[in-house]
Design a protein around this ligand. Structure first.
Ligand SMILES: [Ca+2]
Ligand SMILES: [Ca+2]
Length: 196
């Protein structure tokens, strides 16, 4: 039975390398690099599951790489979401794509990014758990430099600092940052940049 033994040896010899190739290739299809957080906050890339997905918290609770899925929030290969607990406050999520276009509500950029949640606004959850959400509508994401800015526009009577959770999805990976914003100057704005 030499041919059978040989075939078995070849199979087992090849199996680990095949698995190694498939694993990282799928995880790293959209790696990000040159991540910069100008004010020193950490961009967390290690996700710790905390249970079923919770809505409108900008956290990937179940660590499947998608933020607030099943909540009516759109997602795509790229997704950026902020959530904050003070409905009186107006916090803005300003995403600039690789072409330099700022993503607007209801009006996709040429790269296909659009904002579907923009609180304060008419949506019911703006009154209780405000969020803003930007997502890629379809297709491949544009390669290049992206900038994500979170800024406190108006306090609206809320007590500063405003605690904001920022979540980002790139491919099947999620990233997280916790921000503390206060009115005036540098304290009102936080950002991170990355190259895709
Ligand atoms: Ca999730
Ligand atoms: Ca969530």
């Amino acid at each position: 039975m030499p041919s059978v033994r040989c075939a078995a040896f070849v199979l087992f010899a090849l199996l680990p390398s095949c698995l190694e190739v498939q694993g990282p290739a799928r995880r790293d299809k959209y790696p990000i690099r040159d991540v910069v957080t100008p004010t020193g906050e950490a961009l967390e890339s290690a996700c710790t599951p905390s249970g079923p997905e919770m809505c409108f918290d900008a956290i990937d609770n179940n660590c499947n790489g998608i933020l607030d899925e099943g909540c009516g929030v759109h997602t795509g290969i790229l997704q950026f979401t902020i959530a904050w607990d003070a409905p009186e406050a107006d916090v803005d999520l300003v995403v600039t794509d690789a072409s330099g276009d700022v993503v607007q509500p209801g009006e996709p950029t040429s790269s296909g990014l659009v904002k579907d949640y923009d609180c304060p606004g008419d949506r019911p959850q703006c009154a209780s758990q405000p969020i803003e959400n930007v997502y890629l509508m379809g297709g491949e994401p544009e390669r290049g430099r992206y900038k994500v800015v979170v800024k406190l526009d108006k306090l609206g009577g809320a007590q500063p600092p405003i605690q904001v959770r920022l979540g980002a999805r790139v491919g099947q990976r999620s990233y997280a940052m916790r921000l503390s914003l206060s009115p005036g100057g540098d304290a009102a704005e936080r950002a991170f940049e990355f190259t895709l």
